[in-house]
Write a protein of this length. Sequence first.
Length: 180
Amino acid sequence: MPAVEIRPAKENDIPQLVRLDHSYTTDHVWQMDFEIGEEQFTATFRRVRLPRAVRVDYPRSPRSLTEDWFNRAGLLIAAVEGEIVGYASLTVESVPQTIRLTDLTVTSGMRRRGIASALVLASLEWTATQPHHRRLVVEMQPKNDPAISLALKLGFDFCGYADHHFPNGDTALFFTKWVR
């Protein structure tokens, strides 16, 4: 595999980012279960194997992504031999000390080659350079088992969820890692 170059995005990269395949395939999902008692409320997530692999569309439309990219604090590009194969989109949060990785995409033909890991690690490095920010939070759908597995592999900790977080109504899971 040729070397992966991670660099900040340029405006002329945007049309290539839109054309990337943002969908993913999974054979597991993370199912949320609730237990409500008189003095306790518990939400647990468990990994469930699906009867067959399913293709999942990205929760945001390419048009909304294009508009968002211009407002992001950081947009990192992964390129192999000059061709854009992925990106990570970063935003500064109103939550103290927090940068959020909102979008992480690697084109389908280049997945499982360490590119997403390189983008997340570069996002951690980028976060460490931002004054007054000490942690990176990654968001993803409970259906995105590959991304959840990656976050856990890279030492991120589960830190919460939000119902109806994405424009398509999907729940978001959040994982965090402190950078300093």
